[in-house]
Design a protein around this ligand. Structure first.
Ligand SMILES: Nc1nc(=O)c2c([nH]1)NC[C@@H]1CN(c3ccc(C(=O)N[C@@H](CCC(=O)O)C(=O)O)cc3)C=[N+]21
Length: 283
């Protein structure tokens, strides 16, 4: 039976350390500040944003919330970002995605100062990651790497299969595994023989957003399985992108959903905000 990688516990440990470092920073007059911008009323986004605010409060990080109506124009949003870029109290700016369809997401993400881009979505930070000199690393992939580290997984020479090629998870996590000397295969909806690719993997990272599409019997005995999916089935139940019980019977270690990658994402957002504030303190 697989060891369960307890993301909630690892995240709690990281958040505890962040809280201590925040106390130290405050002693020298620097309070880390995170601006969270939410446009519209998407219920899932509201839940995530309030989780982020609560996590900031617990860690002693100042959180500056901007809840804007769905009909906010792109110009208004860009004006707000410009103000936040110039606000000395703000070390990180997070614009919750997805944005309403009348707003150009690329334009908005590129308007955030790369020095405050705690999501790591700005092309400058993407380029820094791709060239092996990261500044801000995107929170979910950063959290995945911390979980692998915590589990004692050395990626050198290992076969990693990533399922899903999004800018937010699949692509950046593939680059991070490559930097740790893994051989990385990046799969997606048009990949042929996905099952065979997954069967060869020492580490499987599933980030497709389709409930239980990675089957348990695809998992190699002893493989490490990281499940990034959060799919709501029915009223309350959450399932991942991996068929959990069947995969856990074969894996060496596996992340649960919920309580796996999700809590790590928030911990790494705080980590990025802290690192940004520490850079400000050094200036
Ligand atoms: N600019 C931007 N940055 C993001 O980082 C970002 C975003 N937009 N848009 C939406 C996604 C989603 N996301 C999650 C964070 C925490 C959990 C989390 O803690 N989940 C809990 C379960 C919570 C539940 O019940 O839904 C868990 O997995 O245990 C999940 C998802 C951050 N996102």
């Amino acid at each position: 039976m697989a060891k369960i990688i307890d993301g909630k516990a690892i995240a709690a440990e990281i958040r505890g350390r962040i809280k201590e470092e925040t106390v130290e920073l405050k002693k020298i007059g620097v309070t880390p500040g995170l601006a969270v911008v939410l446009v519209g009323e998407d219920p899932a986004s509201r839940v995530y944003v309030s989780m982020k605010e609560k996590a900031c409060a617990e860690a002693g990080i100042f959180s500056d919330e901007h809840k804007l109506p769905a009909e906010t124009s792109e110009t208004q949003l860009l004006e707000l970002i410009d103000r936040l870029n110039r606000d000395d109290r703000i070390d990180g700016i997070l614009v919750q995605l997805p944005l309403p369809s009348h707003i150009d997401e690329t334009r908005v993400l590129e308007a955030i100062s790369p020095a405050k881009d705690v999501d790591g979505f700005h092309p400058y930070n993407v380029g820094r990651l791709a060239t092996g000199n990261p500044l801000f690393q995107p929170c979910t992939p950063y959290g995945i790497m911390k979980m692998l580290e915590h589990t004692g997984t050395d990626l050198t020479g290992k076969d990693v299969v990533v399922v899903g090629r999004s800018n937010i998870v699949g692509k950046p996590v593939a680059l991070m595994c490559l930097a740790k000397h893994a051989s990385v295969t990046l799969c997606h909806s048009r990949t042929r023989n996905l099952a065979d690719k997954v069967r060869a993997a020492d580490v499987v990272i599933a980030a497709v957003g389709r409930a239980e599409m990675v089957k348990g019997d695809w998992i190699k005995e002893g493989a490490v399985v990281i499940d990034v999916g959060i799919n709501r089935v029915g009223e309350k139940k959450l399932v991942g992108d991996v068929e959990y019980a069947a995969a856990a019977a074969r894996a060496g270690a596996i992340t649960p959903v919920p309580g796996g990658v999700g809590p790590m994402t928030i911990a790494m957002l705080l980590q990025n905000t802290l690192e940004s504030a520490q850079r400000r303190a050094r200036r």
